[in-house]
Design a protein around this ligand. Sequence first.
Ligand SMILES: [Zn+2]
Length: 523
Amino acid sequence: MAIAKYFSKDLLAINQLINSSQDSLEKILSSTKVGIGFDKNGAETKEGAFALDLITRLLARLYPNLSIIDLSKSNGKKVSALHKLAKNINSNIGLTDTLDDLDVLIVAGQTNKKPKIKGKLLFIGSDNWIGNFSLNGTISFGDSNNPFGPGVAACIGAANLFRVVFHEFFQDKGLDKNLTFSPLTCSIDDSIHNPKLKSVDLKDVSIVGIGAIGNGAIWALSKLENLTGSLNLIDSEKVSISNLQRYVMFDENDIEQKKVEVALKKFSSPKLKVNLHFGNWSSYLKERGDYNVHVVGVAIDNKKDRIGIQSSLPRKIINSYTEANLLGISRHNEFGVTACLACGYIPTQQERNYISEVAENCNIPQYVNLVKDYLNLDIPVETPRIQNTGSILDVIAQANTIQRGELDQFHGKKISQFYSEFVCGGISLSLSNSSRISNVDAPLAFQSAMAGILLAAEIIIDAGGYRNSPIKQVTHIHPLNIFNKNNPFNHQLKRDDTGRCVCSDNVFINQYKAKWQETQTTI
Ligand SMILES: [Zn+2]
């Protein structure tokens, strides 16, 4: 066994993109050998070390067979350190350190000789803010303390590697050729503005949501040694096993711990004050005792909380999200003038409610009322409710042609927890080998990590004033398509014109102005 314990979640994420049976996806993953090769430049520069750290964190969560190779044979210790990292992420992983039988190899650093393998070579490198990717030749890493270029390079490398492994399912089988991408411009064609990172005073930054995207942000921010000010991390959940499929900073040892507490352990910058709040946005404001929140990085996945965050009128909001094959960030710092965070989240039609979502995704749409009963009565899922004999588990087993005994593992759980593990955790897919499950958000690790890195970059760009020309309000990237195709990535956001948004309300506009007029600066 080399597959991860949370493999069902991996399959669910792939199933969102590739509509194929889990058996065939599992077969591909189990039989594919992927590798990470590095040379002296990759191992000994700071940027190279950042990229190797992230690419290992990304690949070890999904690929059961991973080889990590010291191409210049001068940094054997690095191999053991990365093996250890990979093993913490997936204790079942099969690890080697040779080029034998590799189907695809990511090469980090400017090695003189291209390694000889039977499969495909992908090259990554970086220069400060700029992440580089190539199919043709090796690329060097700079030695700056900037994690953004190498972070971007690792995510683009992982996206291309995914396309190589699952090429038979992609209509467009192309890979990225030579590309550079900088979070400063969010563009692939401007590499001139590349300022050095100095010490940055965050003043007062709050990140809401230490989930998959929050993990990407923590990865980048925790690598920055010269941060001062306050960073407030807000999340109300504990780590569960299915989270590991795409939480790049967390591993198997963190299960059942509070997400904010695990995140805190990653920071070592001596002058940065990291504050934790184990709760939601409103309990955070209550504890904080004021509404003067300067900058908020939003990395949660629900609309209601986004509207709540906007209604508390922070000076600036940086929003991040993933959708099917899309990741995005949006910038909101001119409340009442440009689109606010809530503009994009005004419900336009009746939202499908949670109960019907549970019923549909469990493949029992005709049993909405039964789901409602279990929710309202707050009873375990094995409790009989149907003519005093059967339970909702019996109905679900039958509807999905799953052996009833396979669902015994959920005894004692309430319906919402059952749903979150059975459907959102990918177990339904792995047990029933059923068709595609829609309506479940399960991106791949590199998509969430890239969104988080862009979020963190935006926080640092804002605090340090690193951007030298304005950027449009929203950036969208499709990591499973060739990069060039969807360039430009930056677009205007449309302001809500129904008059129903908080940003049309003069009371809110005046309050925002009163709060921030003197201190507001334009970026
Ligand atoms: Zn609005």
